[in-house]
Design a protein. Sequence first.
Lengths: 85, 229
Amino acid sequence: MHEMGIANSILEAVWKEMVRYPGYRPAKVDVRIGAFAGVDPESLRFCFEAMVRDTPPPRLELAIEPTAGDELDLGSIEMEEVLTA
Amino acid sequence: MISVPLEKKVLGENDRIAAGLRLVLDATRTLSLNFIGSPGAGKTAFLERTLRMLPTGTRAAVLTGDIQTENDAVRLARYGYPVRQITTAGACHLDARMVEKHLVDWDLNALDLLLIENVGNLVCPTSYDLGEDGKVVILSVAEGEDKPLKYPGIFKKAELMILSKVDLLPYVPFSAELARECACSVHPGIEIIEASAITGEGFSQWMEWLERRMESKRALAVDYAGAIQ
């Protein structure tokens, strides 16, 4: 139920990095979700995909690594260089 | 392609506010407990009876969260302690910012006990630290014994489980023994108190638990308050 808020927090972290890395486009963000985190990975993916449909950055992929504890962590963001003509 | 390591909590901002709250609640020696349970588990009734039974002179206050209405605050305010309703307007849980906002202009130095009744929900409140000393999960005998297996997160994080509405046990097909086994399989060592807010069963044990925790908070906080001056 709160997966929309979690998705928003992940996007906020991505936006912060976008500002720090001009000329790059975030392509993938990694998160770790523990079995006891109280977050449903599929529901989170649904919310995340719904949000990035209308919000930048475009084509941002969410990679979820399931873990055993109560982790709800951001791993890393993969940034792609944007080629300008 | 470059990889930018973040390595932080998704809810880092909530955790940061919660850590600030914990610092203040430690310094003022205020024991705070976060009560979590399904809608209808009996959280409000449990807190009502608790307020009624607190030893005279206990300086307690209650924050109660709901998506809509002030009904719970009205119920809880009948016992003479300060009560504030947090209306989340849609959010299925309390977060640290809501708690911080609703503690404004309460003198925490004048409080020994802060009871926080979360929004009725066994899932989402689990993820949000409110700066509390401990989580208490309330499971009623009108639910299924296997709730701890279905919602393991909260049963793992809670240090105490209240098995509520035990006055209904003769009328419902519920095995308290099985519920205990389910809770212990998720969280070995979880403390369990069987209680009824109607008959008062189990409340002497609960009040002893509460008094013990308030006592240790007073003792812990003395050193801590000294250390940060």
